[in-house]
Design a protein around this ligand. Structure first.
Ligand code: NDP
Length: 487
C-alpha cells in the first residue's frame, strides 16, 4: 500500500500523523496519507508566503504563468488514464465519468493558461487633469479547500485561476479523496521541476483540523472553498475571527429540475435521471427536486421508475457501470438515514435502500431512489448528496416557480418545455446562479459557476473565476504641476 506525505516547497514532508484512504467499492484501504496538524499546515503556508513575497514567482510574467498552466494541462493529459483509474479507485465513481473529469481538468488548466495574459485593468475618465487607471494584482497566498465529489477537477477549477492570477497555493483535498491531488503533485515534481518551490503545496488531513488551520491562518490571503453549506458557515466564522481574508464559497443545493407537459417525455425523463443520478447524485448542482406538471405526472413517474430500474450498479472500473458506491462509510450511513426519513414522510417509488453488488459486498452502494412528496418534506429541503430524488407535482407555471424558489439554496435550476416564452419567463424568475433549458448539468469552463442565496459567494471558472484571485488597485497620477492651493 502506497504511503504519501505532504507536498511542501517541492518536497515530500511527513505530517504529524497518518490516515488510511479507503476504496469505497470494497471498503478496503488503498493508501496511507499524512494527517496534518495545524503546524504542518502553517509550514505549507510559510512556504507559499515566502514564494509569494520573495520568490521568483512574484516576478513571473503572465505569459510565463500561462505557459506553465499549459504544461500542467499536458502533464495531466499524458497521464489521463492512470489519473482516471486512481480517481475511480478513490471516489467510487464509474471510470467513464472519471475519464470525463480528467479531460475537463485538462481543459480547465488550458483555459486559465490562456486567460493569464488577458487580465486587464481599465483607464477611468476622472474629472481632473490626471491619469487614473486600475491594476489587477494577485491576491496573495490562496488556500484551496476541495471536496470529495470531483477531486482533481475541482482542484483545477481553483488552481487554474489562482496560478494564472499569480497567487501561490496551499491545497487541502478532502480527507476521503486526496490521491489524485497527490499524484498530480508528484507528476509536477517529476515533469515540471522548475516550478518555483512553494508555489503549489498540498496538505492532507481532516477538515476541522487541517482545513480549519488554513482558514484561520494569518498567512493566507484568500480561501476558495467547495463543500457543504454548514462547513461554509464554519469557514466564514474562521475568516471573520482571523485576518478577514477574501473568501469564495461554492456550497450545496437542492436544485429544481422542472418539466412542463409539452416537453418530450423520453428526453425529459432521461434529463430528470441524468440530472440527479450522475456521479451517484454526489453533485452540488444535482436536480434532486424533480417538478412535474400534473397533466403528465403519472406517465412521467412511471417512465422514470422504469428507466431507473435499468441503471447498472457495479464495479466502478467496468465500462458498462452507470453507478458506483457513494464515497465513504460515513456518507453511506448518512444517505441511508435520509432514505429512512423519506420512507416515513413521503411515498417511495423506486429503490429505497442499500444495493447488493456481487463481488463488492463491503462497498457503499445505494439503490437509485425516487420519492414522491410535497416541497416541505425534509428530503425535499435538505441536500442529501446521494442517488435520491424527490418528485413534486405542480399545476402551472406560477406554482412551478414558487416551488422551485422555495428553498434556501440557489445553485442551479433547469426547465424543460417546447414553449420558449414559458422557458424564458422561468429563466428570469428562477433565483439560481445557473439555469439550464431543456438539459441539465452541462458545465463549461468558459461559463461562470456559483450560487445565489445559501449556495455560496462568488463565481468559479470563466472570466469571473479569475477575478476571485485578483485585487484591484486604483492608480491616480496627477498631471497638474500647480500646488493644491487649499491652505
Ligand atoms: P465538507 O463541507 O465537510 O467538506 C468539504 C471540504 O471542507 C473538505 O476538504 C473538508 O475536509 C473541508 N472541511 C471540513 N470541515 C472544515 C472546516 N471546519 N474548515 C475548513 N475546511 C473544512 O463536506 P462533507 O464531506 O462533510 O460532506 C457533507 C455534506 O456537504 C455532503 O453530504 C453534501 O451535502 C455537502 N457537500 C457539498 C459539496 C459541493 O460540491 N457543494 C461537496 C462535498 C460535500 P475533510 O473532508 O477532510 O473533512
Amino acid at each position: 500500500m502506497k504511503s504519501h506525505e505532504n507536498y511542501i516547497q517541492n518536497e515530500w514532508v511527513a505530517g504529524a500523523g497518518a490516515r488510511e484512504v479507503i476504496d469505497p467499492a470494497t471498503g478496503a484501504p488503498i493508501a496511507v496519507v499524512a494527517e496534518s496538524s495545524r503546524e504542518d499546515v502553517e509550514r505549507a503556508v510559510a512556504a507559499a508566503r515566502e514564494a509569494f513575497d520573495h520568490g521568483p514567482w512574484r516576478r513571473s510574467t503572465a505569459l510565463e504563468r500561462g505557459r506553465l498552466l499549459f504544461r500542467m494541462a499536458a502533464v495531466v493529459g499524458r497521464h489521463a488514464a492512470e489519473l482516471a483509474e486512481l480517481e475511480t479507485r478513490n471516489t467510487g465513481k464509474p471510470l467513464v465519468e472519471s475519464e470525463v473529469d480528467i479531460a475537463d481538468t485538462v481543459t480547465c488548466l488550458e483555459y486559465f493558461g490562456g486567460l493569464a495574459t488577458k487580465v486587464q485593468g481599465s483607464t477611468l475618465p476622472v474629472p481632473d487633469n490626471a491619469l487614473n487607471f486600475t491594476l489587477k494584482e494577485p491576491v496573495g497566498v490562496a488556500g484551496l479547500i476541495v471536496p470529495w465529489n470531483y477531486p482533481l477537477m475541482l482542484l483545477a477549477w481553483k488552481l487554474g485561476p489562482a496560478l494564472a492570477a499569480g497567487c501561490t497555493v496551499v491545497a487541502k483535498p478532502a480527507e476521503q479523496t486526496p490521491l489524485t491531488t497527490l499524484a498530480f503533485a508528484r507528476l509536477l515534481q517529476e515533469e515540471i521541476p522548475e516550478l518555483p518551490p512553494g508555489v503549489f503545496n498540498v496538505v492532507t488531513g481532516d477538515g476541522p483540523v487541517a482545513g480549519r488551520a488554513l482558514v484561520e491562518s494569518m498567512g493566507v490571503d484568500k480561501i476558495a472553498f467547495t463543500g457543504g453549506t454548514e462547513t461554509g458557515r464554519e469557514v466564514l466564522r474562521g475568516v471573520a475571527a482571523s485576518n478577514l481574508k477574501k473568501v469564495s464559497l461554492e456550497l450545496g443545493g437542492k436544485s429544481p429540475n422542472i418539466f412542463f407537459a409539452d416537453a418530450d417525455l423520453d428526453a425529459a425523463t432521461d434529463g430528470a435521471l441524468f440530472g440527479v443520478f450522475i456521479n451517484q447524485g454526489e453533485v452540488c448542482s444535482a436536480g434532486s427536486r424533480v417538478l412535474i406538471q400534473q397533466d403528465v405526472y403519472g406517465p412521467f413517474l412511471d417512465l422514470m421508475r422504469e428507466k431507473t430500474q435499468r441503471i447498472t450498479l457495479g464495479d466502478p472500473m467496468a465500462r458498462d457501470t452507470k453507478m458506483g458506491p457513494v464515497v465513504s462509510a460515513e456518507h453511506f450511513e448518512r444517505v441511508l438515514g435520509f432514505l429512512e426519513t423519506g420512507k416515513k414522510e413521503a411515498k417511495l417509488v423506486a429503490g429505497g435502500g442499500a444495493a447488493r453488488v456481487p463481488g463488492f459486498e463491503k462497498g457503499y452502494f445505494i439503490q437509485p431512489t425516487i420519492f414522491e412528496s410535497d416541497n416541505q418534506a425534509r428530503i425535499a429541503r435538505e441536500e442529501i448528496f446521494g442517488p435520491v430524488v424527490t418528485c413534486i407535482p405542480f399545476k402551472d407555471e406560477e406554482e412551478a416557480l414558487a416551488i422551485a424558489n422555495d428553498t434556501p439554496y440557489g445553485l442551479a435550476a433547469a426547465v424543460w418545455s417546447r414553449d420558449i416564452y414559458k422557458c424564458l419567463r422561468l429563466v428570469k424568475g428562477l433565483r439560481a446562479g445557473i439555469v439550464w433549458v431543456n438539459t441539465m448539468q452541462p458545465c463549461y469552463v468558459e461559463a461562470p459557476w456559483g450560487g445565489y442565496k445559501q449556495s455560496g459567494h462568488g463565481r468559479e471558472m470563466s472570466l469571473h473565476g479569475i477575478e476571485e484571485f485578483l485585487e484591484v488597485k486604483q492608480v491616480h497620477i496627477n498631471l497638474s504641476e500647480a500646488p493644491i492651493g487649499w491652505y
